[in-house]
Design a protein around this ligand. Structure first.
Ligand SMILES: NC(=O)c1ccc[n+]([C@@H]2O[C@H](COP(=O)([O-])OP(=O)(O)OC[C@H]3O[C@@H](n4cnc5c(N)ncnc54)[C@H](O)[C@@H]3O)[C@@H](O)[C@H]2O)c1
Length: 297
């Protein structure tokens, strides 16, 4: 496997393209937005500079990595030679079904189609293609060049051979691929999101404040950051949508999103991306400032 196409060049897509290119794969990076593609190339270049500055890559290897990436706004053109396609477009079920229908029509018949979805059923995505045995989940973590885990999700019809090929490719990227089956939230989000939701409930019910909840979980459980800070990083809208997938998929009230989370998303307070969440986020500042409405009176 030498040629990879990545669909979507946002937060995850640029990271995925980066790690494949740095490990010698030829990458076609595809987005509907020319602006997103230019932004992705600039981000990849900046992230490579950081690795060069740490002495883990030479300037020449950086240039080589960048030369492995070609960008396209035409999906048909971008995927035609790919052995593996990793879809990392916006998390929207109708959009993903449309993309996979198109990929099935445009890609080589033997190409493997992977999705980086956080929560949409791989089996459902596979069902719109004529090759469900070659559709698989490849759930990278953010930031992709840094995080070691790739959660590999075997859909109901994914073949063992395809799973083993994807495990091998992930190892070639220096990652730790870990297999699971296709049920709502897979493993990572099925366990993480109820914890985040419970942290929000603890705040909502006045059990403790933002700082206290995050400090208790950070220092008490040896987590690198508290669950409310992590929720702000992930995006509160993303957390809400994954909780809804768990709630709908299992029909169990224990996954019902906390009303405070619903309100915050409706008010446009989505965490780091909007500047307001449980904390106030100022670009360039690393200081952790609790949002005004959650400050102790
Ligand atoms: N952000 C995270 O922390 C994270 C972590 C793991 C998985 N994911 C998953 O990764 C995927 C991408 O998330 P993201 O955070 O990078 O989103 P993003 O919004 O940063 O980027 C999505 C990109 O997809 C592009 N796009 C939309 N429709 C397209 C199409 N038809 N063809 C090509 N490109 C298209 C958009 O222009 C945008 O550049 C989602 O499925 C998400 O659930 C995200």
């Amino acid at each position: 496997m030498k040629k990879v196409a990545v669909i979507g060049s946002g937060t995850m897509g640029n990271g995925i393209a980066h790690v494949f290119a740095q490990n010698g794969f030829q990458v076609s990076l595809i987005d509907i937005s020319e602006e997103a593609l230019n932004k992705a190339l600039a981000t990849i270049s900046r992230n490579l500079d950081r690795i060069v500055a740490k002495g883990n890559l030479t300037e020449e290897q950086k240039e080589q990595t960048l030369s492995h990436i070609a960008t396209y706004t035409d999906m048909r053109q971008g995927v035609q030679e790919a052995d593996l396609i990793v879809e990392a477009a916006t998390e929207n079920v109708d959009l993903k079904l449309k993309i996979f229908k198109d990929l099935d029509a445009f890609a080589k018949p033997e190409a493997i189609l992977a999705s980086n979805t956080s929560s949409i059923s791989i089996t459902k995505i596979a069902s719109v293609t004529s090759r469900p045995d070659k559709v698989i989940g490849m759930h990278f973590m953010n930031p992709v060049p840094v995080m070691k885990l790739v959660e590999i999700i075997q859909g109901y019809s994914t073949s063992d051979e395809v799973t083993s090929q994807i495990m091998d490719v992930s190892l070639q990227l220096g990652k730790v691929p870990t297999e699971c089956n296709d049920y709502p939230g897979f493993v990572a989000n099925r366990i993480l999101m109820p914890m985040i939701n419970e942290a929000i409930y603890s705040l909502y019910e006045g059990v403790a404040g933002v700082e206290e909840i995050d400090t208790i979980m950070k220092l008490g459980m040896a987590h690198p950051m508290g669950p409310l800070q992590l929720a702000d990083f992930i995006g509160l809208d993303v957390c809400l949508s994954i909780l809804n997938v768990l709630h709908d998929g299992f029909g169990n009230p224990k996954y019902a999103p906390c009303p405070l989370l619903v309100n915050m998303v409706q008010a446009g307070h989505k965490g780091v991306k909007t500047g307001q969440g449980f904390y106030t986020w100022t670009p360039g500042s690393k200081e952790l400032v609790v949002a005004d409405r959650f400050k102790k009176k």
